[in-house]
Design a protein around this ligand. Structure first.
Ligand SMILES: Nc1ncnc2c1ncn2[C@@H]1O[C@H](COP(=O)(O)OP(=O)(O)O)[C@@H](O)[C@H]1O
Ligand SMILES: [Mg+2]
Length: 232
């Protein structure tokens, strides 16, 4: 029996503007992802990678086509149901970290679990500490984002995106602003969790060394899939 994809997009279109200024950024993309796949999306700047990722992650609505996440057709969901799906099932990591400046690293990581998961603060903090230790931040638990290097802050953001054990993690250039060592740790953490928990991970990246170690590479050109290749 075939396994149901965790994420499926059918004939996705996205345009911005209208009239003479209308630009078709995504032009008829159909793609699906099986649970546990670790995929890179690559392609030239402006080819539509971020736009595609945000639509797949239900952060942005397509102008045409449909998306199913974990069996739910997202066009059918209202704002509340959509927010719930995002908070419980999906995780996001962006190029810049968006941590809350006035909270410590462990509080930033624990917060989604407390707010959306109903987990008591003490338990959430214990889980945050364990996750932060895995990215070599066990000695920075009480540091605020402003006291961390860019690489450290991004590792905190990765821990925060993963704390609630999302089924799909979407990353937009997660290592784009990092030094080699931090980039390696971010890759390692994502890969380890993917292998341990079977999380589905989709990463937009322009870094060869990252993409080459994903299971699958989708290449976008001009809003269309130019190639879609499984490695090894
Ligand atoms: N909100 C928006 N309004 C207008 N144009 C946009 C918007 N978002 C993206 N675009 C345009 O869509 C194209 C693809 O952008 P993007 O998805 O960010 O590409 P990539 O991530 O591959 O660099 C670009 O030409 C960009 O200018
Ligand atoms: Mg982009």
């Amino acid at each position: 029996m075939a396994i149901e994809p965790i994420l499926r997009a059918r004939d996705l279109w996205k345009s911005f503007g209208q009239g003479d200024l209308l630009t078709e950024v995504i032009r008829g993309i159909s793609v699906s992802f099986q649970p546990g796949e670790f995929t890179a999306i690559v392609g030239p700047s402006g080819s539509g990678k971020s736009t595609l990722l945000y639509m797949l992650g239900a952060l942005e609505r397509p102008t045409g086509g449909s998306i199913t996440i974990a069996g739910e057709e997202i066009a059918d969901l209202g704002d509340v149901a959509l927010a719930r799906l995002r908070n419980r099932t999906l995780g996001f990591i962006f190029q810049f970290h968006f941590l809350l400046a006035e909270f410590s690293a462990r509080e930033n990581v624990a917060m989604p679990l407390v707010i959306h998961g109903g987990v008591p603060m003490a338990d959430a903090l214990a889980r945050a500490d364990a996750l932060l230790a895995r990215v070599e931040l066990g000695d920075k638990l009480r540091s605020r984002p402003g006291q961390l290097s860019g690489g450290q802050a991004q590792r905190v953001a990765v821990a925060r995106a993963l704390i609630a054990d999302p089924r799909i993690v979407f990353c937009d250039e997660p290592t784009g602003s990092l030094d080699t060592h931090s980039a390696e740790q971010v890759y390692r953490l994502l890969r380890d969790l993917n292998q341990e928990r079977g999380q589905t991970i989709i990463v937009v990246t322009h870094e060869r060394s990252f993409a080459d170690r994903c299971d699958r590479i989708i290449r976008l050109v001009d809003g269309m899939i130019e190639s879609d290749v499984w490695q090894k």
